[in-house]
Ligand binder design. Structure first.
Ligand code: TYD
Ligand code: MG
Length: 448
C-alpha cells in the first residue's frame, strides 16, 4: 500500500490498491470499483501491554498433537487422521461434484452440536437431502444466512462444536462492497472465519466452488488462510476423488475415494482393482496395466495408447492424464533404445477410469502400452508392469515393488515384468520376468 500518504484507493472487487483514484482497476478490469481507504497513522499499540514478546524456541512448550477422526474413513485418510481444534479446512470442487452432500454426511455424524450454514439452499432443501440420505438429524443445526457480520455474531453466541459454511462465495461483508463472490469478499470472509475458528478452537469447513469461467473468485485466493485445502474431483461418472493440496495436519499424498449413488457418497475402502477395465477376452492392442502407489495404497490402472501416422510427418502427443513431457520422453527412449519408430506418429494416451498418474512407477507400463499400440500386438491379459525408465533405456526398480506385485497378484494379475528388486527381491508371487533394460521388457512381454 502507498507509503507516506494518508489515504489509498482499494478496488472493491479484487483488493488491488493504488495511490490515486482510477476509473478502471488495472488488476481485474472492473469499472468504478475504487474506494478511498484512510490509512492509519503510527501504530498506537507500540508501548501497550498487549505488545507480544518473542520467545526463545527452546523455551516454548510444544502443543500436543490432538486429532479427532471425523468417522468418515476416506476423509480422515486425506486429512491425515482427523480434525484438530480450530482447524480450517477448505473444500473446493466444481458445482455438482458432491461437496454439499459430503459435508452434510460428515456434519451429521460428527460428535457434538454442529452448525451447517448455507447460502445456497433453503432449510427445506437441506432437510430433503438429509431425509433421502437417512442422516441423523438430532445434533445438527441449519442456518441460512449470507451476511458475514451476522454469521460471526451467531457463531460467537451459539458456540457450535463444528461449523460448515456452504459456500464461502455466498457470504457478503459490508466492508467489501455489495457483490458476493468477488475475491475481496472471499478474502474478508476467509480471514474472519478462520480467525474466529482459531480463537474459539472450533473446526470449520469452508466449501468453495471452482468455476472455469471466473465470474466468481476461486478458492485459490484463500488457500493461504486455511490449514488444509481439499479438492473434490471426479473420475468416471460416479467415482469421486478427494485430494489434499495443502495439509498442516498430515501429508498431501493420500487420496480419498468415494462412489456417488442413491445413498450419497459411499467411501471405497479397498480400491485396488477399481480402475481396471473388466472385459471378456484379452486386453486390446495398446493397453498395459500399471501398479501405481497413491498415498499409502496401491491402485491397478490400465494405460491405453494409440499411435497413428502423423499428417505433417512430425508426431504430436495428446495425453491429459499423464504429463505430455513424460509420454514424449518414454517414446524417445523406445525409439532410441528399442528401435521402435514413434517420432512420425501422433500419440494418444489415456488412463482408464480417469485417474491422473504422476508416478514414475507407471513408466514401464506406459512404454509397453506404446509398444503394443505401435506393433499392433496385444499384451498378455494377466500381466502387470512396474518400473521407472532411464534415458539410457534401463528399467529401474521403484519403492514398494513387492507390495505392488502382491496387490496385482491378489487382483488376478499373476504375471509381472519388473526391474531387479534389490533389497525387496525374494519370493514375489506369480510368475515374473526380472529385467534390466527396456529391450528385455519388450521381449518378455511378447514371449509370455
Ligand atoms: P451436491 O452435493 O449438491 O454438489 P455440490 O455441492 O458440489 O454442488 O451434489 C449434486 C449432485 O450429486 C447432483 O447431481 C445429484 C447427485 N447426488 C446423487 O447422485 N446422490 C445423492 O444421494 C445426492 C445427495 C446427490
Ligand atoms: Mg452445494
Amino acid at each position: 500500500m502507498a507509503k507516506g500518504k494518508h489515504s489509498a484507493y482499494v478496488c472493491d472487487s479484487c483488493g488491488h490498491d493504488e495511490p490515486k483514484w482510477l476509473g478502471r482497476c488495472p488488476s481485474c478490469g472492473e469499472w468504478n470499483s475504487f474506494k478511498e481507504v484512510r490509512l492509519g497513522g503510527k501504530s498506537t499499540n507500540t508501548s501497550g501491554s498487549r505488545r507480544p514478546v518473542p520467545k526463545l524456541l527452546a523455551d516454548i512448550d510444544p502443543t500436543p498433537p490432538e486429532q479427532h477422526p471425523t468417522g468418515n474413513g476416506e476423509l480422515d485418510r486425506v486429512l491425515g487422521g482427523g480434525l484438530s481444534p480450530g482447524t480450517a479446512v477448505l473444500l473446493g470442487g466444481e458445482p455438482g461434484i458432491g461437496k454439499s452432500t459430503l459435508m452434510l454426511q460428515v456434519a451429521a455424524t460428527l460428535p457434538g452440536r454442529g452448525l451447517y450454514v448455507s447460502g445456497e439452499e433453503s432449510p427445506g432443501q437441506i432437510k430433503n437431502r438429509a431425509d433421502r440420505l437417512n442422516l441423523s438429524q438430532e445434533s445438527l443445526e441449519i442456518l441460512c444466512e449470507t451476511e458475514l457480520e451476522v454469521l460471526i455474531d451467531i457463531l460467537a453466541e451459539r458456540k457450535p462444536a463444528y461449523v460448515v459454511v456452504d459456500s464461502i462465495q455466498t457470504l457478503i461483508s459490508g466492508e467489501a462492497g455489495a457483490i458476493p463472490g468477488t475475491s475481496n469478499q472471499l478474502k474478508i470472509a476467509g480471514h474472519c472465519l478462520t480467525t474466529w475458528a482459531k480463537a474459539a478452537g472450533i473446526p470449520i469447513f469452508l466449501i468453495a466452488h471452482v468455476t472455469k469461467e471466473g465470474t466468481i473468485a476461486g478458492p485459490k485466493v484463500i488457500e493461504h488462510l486455511v490449514d488444509t485445502v481439499l479438492y473434490f474431483d471426479h473420475s468416471s461418472s460416479d467415482l469421486r476423488i478427494l485430494r489434499a493440496s495443502k495439509n498442516r495436519m498430515g501429508s498431501v499424498d493420500e487420496v480419498g475415494l468415494f462412489r456417488m449413488g442413491a445413498q450419497g457418497l459411499t467411501p471405497i475402502a479397498n480400491p485396488a482393482g477399481l480402475f481396471l477395465e473388466h472385459r471378456k477376452g484379452g486386453p486390446p492392442v495398446g493397453s498395459a496395466v500399471a501398479a501405481v502407489y497413491e498415498g499409502s495404497r496401491i491402485l491397478l490402472v490400465e494405460i491405453q495408447a494409440l499411435t497413428v501416422p502423423s499428417k505433417g510427418g512430425m508426431g504430436r502427443v495428446y495425453s491429459d492424464r499423464i504429463d505430455n513431457a513424460r509420454v514424449s520422453r518414454i517414446a524417445a527412449v523406445l525409439e532410441r533404445h528399442a528401435g521402435l519408430r514413434l517420432s512420425d506418429q501422433d500419440i494418444y494416451v489415456n488412463v482408464a477410469g480417469g485417474l491422473r498418474i504422476g508416478e514414475t512407477g507407471a513408466e514401464l507400463a506406459l512404454a509397453l502400452a506404446l509398444f503394443s499400440a505401435r506393433s499392433e500386438k496385444a499384451l498378455p491379459a494377466d500381466m502387470v508392469a512396474v518400473g521407472e525408465l532411464s534415458l539410457a533405456g534401463e528399467v529401474r526398480p521403484v519403492p514398494h515393488l513387492r507390495r505392488r506385485i502382491k496387490t496385482a497378484s491378489d487382483t488376478g494379475l499373476s504375471r509381472w515384468v519388473s526391474a531387479a528388486a534389490g533389497d525387496e527381491a525374494g519370493a514375489f508371487p506369480g510368475s515374473g520376468n526380472e529385467i534390466h533394460h527396456i529391450r528385455d521388457a519388450l521381449a518378455a512381454a511378447l514371449s509370455s
